[in-house]
Design a protein around this ligand. Structure first.
Ligand code: RTP
Ligand code: MG
Length: 139
């Protein structure tokens, strides 16, 4: 995957709360192009693998339970400086600390249930994108 891409998930809380449309609107209005997208649900194994880096953290069990609790929207997004610009658009992990107008400020409910995921590096964007999409699903 080229370095002008990032990977995102609209998490189960935002899906349940009916925010898919509003979040996608904000993403595209901010200049991101959707190059892959699917509506799916993570298995326990998927979530444990996806978040393996956090496996020793105290919140890992909760995180896996939450991320498997309902459907998500997974997508690959394209834009110049995609990883950093998307992290700016989503805001801080804890919505109480997220800047005004960010997706987490608008739609997240807590530090655990925080509406969206955004890759934290070009390398992880590529790994996470390939975790969810085959080459034929990326346009
Ligand atoms: P993400 O990976 O989902 O984009 O979030 P992030 O980089 O802002 O935060 P990260 O440190 O990677 O944490 C991953 C996800 O774990 C949950 N979390 N819960 N209860 C807690 O203290 C806590 N801390 C993190 C959040 O869902 C966070 O997005
Ligand atoms: Mg992260």
């Amino acid at each position: 995957m080229a370095t002008n891409r990032t990977f995102t998930m609209i998490k189960p809380d935002a899906v349940k709360n009916g925010h898919i449309g509003a979040i996608l609107e904000k993403i595209t209005a901010s200049g991101f192009n959707i190059v892959a997208m699917k509506y799916t649900q993570l298995s326990k194994r998927d979530a444990e693998q996806f978040y393996a880096i956090h496996s020793e953290r105290p919140f890992f069990g909760e995180l896996v339970e939450f991320m498997t609790s309902g459907p998500i929207v997974a997508a690959i997004l394209e834009k110049d400086n995609a990883v950093d610009d998307f992290r700016t658009l989503i805001g801080a992990t804890n919505p109480e600390e997220a800047a005004e107008g960010t997706i987490r400020k608008l739609f997240a409910t807590s530090i655990g249930e925080n509406a969206v995921h955004g890759s934290d590096s070009d390398e992880n964007a590529a790994i996470e994108g390939s975790f969810h999409f085959s080459g034929r699903e990326i346009f």
